[in-house]
Design a protein around this ligand. Structure first.
Ligand SMILES: Cc1cc2nc3c(=O)[nH]c(=O)nc-3n(C[C@H](O)[C@H](O)[C@H](O)COP(=O)(O)OP(=O)(O)OC[C@H]3O[C@@H](n4cnc5c(N)ncnc54)[C@H](O)[C@@H]3O)c2cc1C
Length: 247
């Protein structure tokens, strides 16, 4: 995928998919259906999911990365794009999503609606803090583009942690960070909490961030990741995970 060659969603057929979706939702509403629920093949929320009779809207085909724009520091993707695909696409452009949740099947839309966090969050915030814009399918069958300062800003601000109650994110633009090819990882073992805390605080001190609270454990290990250019050895998983999570 080239960084900017595609128009907004044109490479993935986003516009056509969105148009078809609106027509399907309008048809369902004409039958008098009270509402619709999300049909999705994977989930990272473990809970009892009894069969529900509500009509379902299948958004699993809204799963493409649309464009990585390293110069703008953004990646644009459909709501069901997984973080594995997002990270792969961004890493090909020496960038990473600013926060990359650990599980590969977590989707961009799900991480905003259900709240995502990972190692870089200590500087970057939660996944939703990295979102610049969202197209959201609302319960009344519209797709609205929300940003922090447009007429849909209330929806933009209320959407994180809404678990699908306010609508479904179909397309999102998220911030990225530049990366280097390798990460040097150091494991420091600490036998007491005070030393762990002061060491972790020192590692995080440029730019300064708050030191982590003292853990209530007898020993702790801190993982210090530093972006670099050479690696003596790496495994595909380690390089995917570590590259995507340490800055
Ligand atoms: C074992 C385990 C480990 C986890 N580890 C991490 C981790 O390392 N980092 C992390 O950040 N999180 C982690 N999580 C939490 C996870 O990020 C959230 O549960 C997240 O919401 C899952 O996203 P998903 O794409 O799988 O969405 P789902 O599990 O499919 O859905 C989550 C909720 O969001 C709604 N939803 C899904 N997609 C959309 C959409 N496009 N628009 C609107 N609503 C939507 C669903 O209706 C549902 O209510 C973990 C969860 C578990 C169970």
């Amino acid at each position: 995928m080239s960084a900017t060659a595609h128009g907004r969603g044109s490479s993935t057929g986003y516009a056509e998919k969105a148009e078809r979706l609106l027509a399907d939702v309008a048809a369902a509403q004409r039958t008098g259906a009270a509402g619709f629920g999300l049909a999705k093949k994977t989930s990272n929320v473990f809970r009892d999911r009894g069969e529900k009779r509500a009509p379902r809207v299948d958004l699993s085909h809204f799963n493409q990365v649309i464009a990585v724009e390293p110069a703008a520091g953004t990646v644009e993707a459909e709501g069901m794009a997984t973080y594995a695909d997002l990270a792969d696409a961004a890493l090909a452009h020496a960038a990473m999503p600013a926060v990359v949740p650990q599980l590969k099947s977590i989707t961009l839309g799900g991480a905003v609606a259900g709240v995502g966090i990972e190692a870089t969050s200590f500087r970057q915030g939660l996944v939703h803090d990295t979102i610049v814009a969202m197209d959201i399918l609302t319960g009344d069958g519209r797709i609205v583009r929300c940003t922090a300062d447009n007429e849909h800003r209330d929806l933009f601000r209320g959407f994180p942690n809404s678990y699908g109650t306010l609508g479904y994110a179909l397309r999102l633009t998220a911030r990225t960070l530049p990366v280097r090819r390798y990460v040097h990882v150091r494991h420091d073992r600490h036998a007491d909490a005070a030393r762990y805390r002061s060491s972790a605080g020192a590692s995080c001190s440029s730019p300064p961030v708050r030191a982590p609270a003292a853990p209530r454990v007898a020993a702790a290990i801190s993982w210090i990741g530093t972006l670099g250019v050479r690696s003596a050895k790496s495994s595909p998983f380690a390089s995917w995970y570590v590259s995507a999570n340490c800055v």
